[in-house]
Design a protein around this ligand. Sequence first.
Ligand SMILES: NC(=O)C1=CN([C@@H]2O[C@H](COP(=O)(O)OP(=O)(O)OC[C@H]3O[C@@H](n4cnc5c(N)ncnc54)[C@H](O)[C@@H]3O)[C@@H](O)[C@H]2O)C=CC1
Ligand SMILES: O=C1O[C@H](COP(=O)(O)O)[C@@H](O)[C@H](O)[C@H]1O
Length: 256
Amino acid sequence: MDDPVLLTGAGGRVGEAILDGLAEEYEWRLLLHSPPDEEPDHEYMIGDVTDEALVRAAVEGVGAIIHLAGDPRPEASWDSVLENNIDGTQKIYEAAVDEGVEKFVYASSNHAVGAFETDQRTPEMYREDDEFLLDGTELPRPGNLYGVSKATGEVLGRYYHDTYGIDVCNIRIGNLTKGHPPIDYERGQAMWLSYPDCAHIHQRALEADYDFEIVYGISDNDRKYYSIKRAREALGYDPQDNSAHFDGEEKVVPDS
Ligand SMILES: NC(=O)C1=CN([C@@H]2O[C@H](COP(=O)(O)OP(=O)(O)OC[C@H]3O[C@@H](n4cnc5c(N)ncnc54)[C@H](O)[C@@H]3O)[C@@H](O)[C@H]2O)C=CC1
Ligand SMILES: O=C1O[C@H](COP(=O)(O)O)[C@@H](O)[C@H](O)[C@H]1O
């Protein structure tokens, strides 16, 4: 990717993981919601993704967009996800297709399919010996309004891809936790995404050739109920981390 890459929501956790791993790899344009405490090392703009004029200025001249900005709280209200997640995502897509942006990488979520985790399946589905596996071809099944907004973002991508030809990769991110998997949280361990694997899957989404994809963004955890086969095949994703290699905060299985 030779053109600049717009990273919305750059001041958040996923943005931190991406910039930790890929700061030097691209010419970044960061979209921040509020003024940063420290001067970023990259070009940046400040504003809200629901501000059409700001969004058009942010998108001008970029070749790809990683769209993270939004309300990430599973308990977020309808008013908040409608404005920040759904309207904000539609405004970015509209500006992207008008600008001729090639690739749109969208931060979807495990919560777009959270209602597959039924009382009958849990907690067994979070364990290594359980065979239940979602692969991205299933219909969305959100368990909260935040999940509805993430599924809607995927559908917006489908529309903008089919109508305008923009390449779209929806990454259903699991549980991003820095340094080690979540502790005493089986579900979180099954869908852990390490910071390095988060940067890597986003780099692959910027580099790979595809049309429209829905993939799961988790590390190569022994416990898993999301398949990473499609991410491997479509993107060339090759995760290096596994929550089973940690005992609490300690990594107990060394890198091979
Ligand atoms: N952290 C995780 O484990 C997961 C995150 N995601 C998704 O990844 C994205 C980023 O999440 P995090 O980094 O964890 O959240 P975060 O809250 O740390 O970062 C989100 C950033 O977006 C900004 N933002 C929110 N509304 C905005 C608006 N209307 N205009 C401009 N900026 C706005 C916030 O100020 C914040 O800097 C979200 O879309 C979330 O749904 C999905 C699955 C898992
Ligand atoms: O989509 C998201 O998912 C992660 C993981 O979900 P959780 O139910 O295990 O907390 C969540 O932490 C993050 O805030 C959210 O945006």
